[in-house]
Design a protein around this ligand. Structure first.
Ligand code: UDP
Ligand code: MG
Length: 309
């Protein structure tokens, strides 16, 4: 059967030695009817036997390709590296841990054929994640949807189809703080969504540590919106007005109230509160300034150590 198109499966992988072969098997089983595709696995500086596992697959099947990064650059950078080197008419990005079922790819390709340039997927259930992670994710999406100008759906997964046209637009971006979940909706295009039931991780533990999650959340917010800066200005303004009113009261009390020394508590509370507020505001500004600083160096978002394509 001649399907007339070719596509790339892009899989970021960080210490996934136990998942690579099962993922490959399940991909090959479900994609058997498609004539031309490549499985581009981006090793994000794994310290286990992931690269060896990829190379072994490659020796039997030339459709498997491997890009090995020089160190752990993070999930978003790994996906970007894969997209930059994907050759298909579209690419499908998915996790290595089999949480993203390959069976859904058929539906995604159907949507692509119908003209969608980006096909998102959304989790139908969230149960395979720990309750704390679920609560944090929920809060994060609430906050980011409120802060950012684009709508980012809760439960949106990093499992999506991206058309060549969109890939070519993303490729020249050299963003050290890439946040695809925000960038793609911002780009527009005709999109559609496919729902899927998320499975449990096949092997190993999550590679998204709490730290990495917090970083991604802060990146998502501060690389997509300057609302926090405006908010900090607004808060500062409100606090100044309140402080001014309080100052008037304090002066009044000094002259007309005999119990002045008693004001110690309120002064302390006010000073601590305003001091804390100021530190938070400076922190927000610092986050943006730091981003500018790093981006202004113009460093690569990732460095490739080895490429077997
Ligand atoms: N990943 C990566 N670099 C990292 C962290 C994760 O390439 O620094 C990959 C990981 O190998 C997996 C995908 O990103 O293929 C999603 O990670 P994970 O499944 O650990 O996240 P979770 O599903 O728990 O949110
Ligand atoms: Mg996972």
């Amino acid at each position: 059967m001649n399907s007339g198109f070719q596509f790339s499966i892009v899989v970021p992988c960080f210490n996934e030695e136990g998942n690579i072969r099962p993922l490959y098997q399940s991909l090959v089983n479900t994609l058997g009817k498609y004539e031309k595709f490549e499985i581009l696995i981006v090793d994000d500086g794994s310290q286990d036997e992931s690269v060896a596992a990829i190379k072994q697959l490659r020796s039997n099947d030339q459709r498997v390709k491997c890009i090995s990064l020089s160190r752990n650059f993070g999930h978003q950078a790994a996906v970007k590296a894969g997209l930059d080197h994907a050759t298909g008419d579209f690419a499908i990005t998915m996790d290595a841990d089999l949480q993203h079922p390959p069976e859904v790819i058929d539906q995604m390709i159907e949507k692509w054929k119908e003209g969608s340039q980006i096909v998102y997927t959304r989790r139908k259930n969230n149960r395979s994640y720990a309750p704390l992670k679920r609560i944090l994710t929920y809060l994060f999406y609430k906050i980011i949807s409120w802060l950012a100008a684009v709508k980012i759906e809760e439960g949106a997964a990093d499992f999506r189809l991206i058309d060549r046209k969109v890939i070519d637009l993303i490729r020249p971006l050299n963003d050290n703080f890439l946040f695809l979940r925000g960038l793609l909706p911002w780009m527009g295009f005709s999109t559609s969504t496919v729902f899927f039931a998320i499975s449990d991780r096949y092997s190993g533990k999550t590679k998204y540590t709490f730290r990495k999650m917090v970083r991604l959340a802060i990146n998502g917010i501060t690389s997509f919106s300057i609302k926090p800066l405006r908010l900090s200005m607004l808060t500062g303004l409100i606090l100044s007005v309140l402080s001014f009113l309080y100052a008037i009261y304090a002066i009044y009390a000094k002259f007309y109230d005999e119990r002045v020394v008693e004001g110690w508590t309120s002064v302390l509370v006010a000073v601590l509160f305003i001091g804390g507020m100021q530190l938070i505001m400076i922190g927000i500004i610092g986050e943006y300034l730091g981003k500018l600083f790093i981006q202004s160096k113009g460093r690569q978002a990732y460095i490739i150590k080895e490429m077997i394509i």
